[in-house]
Write a protein that binds this ligand. Structure first.
Ligand SMILES: Cc1ncc(COP(=O)(O)O)c(C=O)c1O
Length: 399
């Protein structure tokens, strides 16, 4: 039989989706499963975006420019200007989600064997993108006790080798919900300048900031035009994950010239998706204030419930819609599977993502889970109650 590639064997399966068969089996048994495991918001997509697809009149669905429709890129320039990010349309490459934008970025700035430093825990698919590009992720540890703040500069210095090409941060962060401060971004600036590195910032959760806190972008940093690459997406902003539209933005002309060749090789980003994403840019600001108020309530519900549970703890996240919680358990993979296979409370259970999948250092995250607060407050309260009951009887509980 012909053999598959070593890369194919090494490619990690999604830690978020690996428990799906157990959830399906639970549902078949008639158990209600609260999904706290995924980042798919339940919020409605702005009507204006759906309407734009309904109004599509062309007689064929054609390819677009490899960098994306110019009308969309020009409108994006205004969106970014409103966020104090000053770029031009020829510094944007529209991609099939932030996912493809990250792939273009890695492929265009790194060679196989090169290294990217990422504070862990981090968005698990970064591992998959790195495997795809043949590069190595070098994690540095951010601690739950500090709320997952940026690790000290000394940790970066220790991790830098001659193969280090870039630092990748996600701000606000998935899975921790941490929002980097302006001071932390300045620390990153210092490191990338000192070691001549790229700074890749995944800012797909830019709008999701709580407690009146402001988002600071890497694009706000002076003197870093040649170093920074911004990754963005409409998936979460407008709750339209399925349109598959994201962007890679850079002012570095060489990086852009390299990335556009990868973009040309796949011809174009989705045309209908771009039409929806372009229309979404006209979304009322009221939409965001309502969405934000809703997530704020949900964040408080989860944060307060977790910290009321004996032996459990989670920091108060300031952004995105996730928390990483420490639980009194022996092994989060076992616990999350047990919840689906062996437990129910009044015929209900919860599905969460074991945090082990968000660390690349083996053994980390064993007593942590990631909870996505993408359910309404009533369901979240029920789910938190189910979790509390489960922790009283889980055979691997540590208190
Ligand atoms: C931090 C982060 N980056 C990128 C992505 C991928 O986004 P897209 O749907 O635009 O590919 C996600 C999706 O969950 C994410 O959480």
């Amino acid at each position: 039989m012909p053999k598959i590639s070593e890369k194919g064997k090494k490619m990690p399966a999604s830690p978020i989706r690996k428990l799906v068969p157990f959830a399906e089996a639970a549902k078949k048994r008639g158990v209600k499963v609260y999904h706290l495991n995924i980042g798919q918001p339940d919020i409605k997509t702005p009507e204006i975006a759906i309407e734009a697809i309904r109004n599509f009149q062309d007689k064929l669905v054609a390819y677009s420019h490899s960098a994306g429709y110019i009308s969309y890129r020009e409108k994006l320039v205004d969106y970014y200007a409103k966020n104090n990010i000053h770029i031009s349309a020829d510094q944007i490459i529209v991609a099939t989600g932030a996912s493809e934008a990250l792939l273009f970025t890695m492929q265009s700035i790194m060679d196989p064997g090169d290294e990217v430093i990422i504070p862990e825990p981090f968005y698990a698919n970064y591992n998959g993108f790195a495997t795809n590009a043949g590069i190595n992720v070098v994690p540095i540890f951010s601690a739950i006790e500090t709320g997952f703040a940026l690790p000290p500069i000394a940790e970066f210095e220790k991790a830098i080798t001659p193969r280090t090409k870039a630092i990748l941060v996600c701000n606000p962060n998935n899975p921790t919900g941490y929002l980097y401060s302006e001071e932390e971004l300045k620390v990153l600036k210092e490191i990338v300048i000192k070691h001549d590195l790229f700074l890749i910032a995944d800012e797909v959760y830019r709008e999701f900031c709580y407690d009146g806190r402001k988002h600071h972008s890497v694009m706000h940093l002076d003197g870093l035009d040649d170093n920074t690459i911004l990754i963005d997406s409409v998936s979460k902003r407008y709750s339209m994950c399925g349109v598959r539209i994201g962007v890679m933005i850079t002012k570095n002309k060489e990086v852009y010239a390299s990335a556009i060749k990868f973009a040309q090789a796949r011809l174009s980003p989705p045309s209908l998706g771009q039409i929806a994403a372009e229309a979404a840019l006209d979304t009322d600001s009221e939409y965001f204030s309502e969405v934000l108020a809703e997530y704020h309530k949900r964040r408080n519900t989860v944060y307060e419930s977790i910290n009321r549970i004996k032996g459990a703890f989670c920091p108060k996240p300031s952004g995105a819609f996730y928390v990483v919680a420490r639980l009194p358990i022996d092994n989060s993979d076992k616990f999350c599977q047990w919840l689906l296979e062996d437990f129910n409370y009044n015929n209900e259970t919860v599905m969460m993502a074991p945090a082990t999948g968000f660390y690349s250092t083996p053994g980390r995250g064993l007593n942590e889970v990631r909870i996505s607060y993408v359910l309404n407050v009533k369901d979240l309260n029920s789910a938190m109650n189910v979790l509390e009951q489960a922790l009283k009887v889980y055979p691997g509980r540590t208190i």
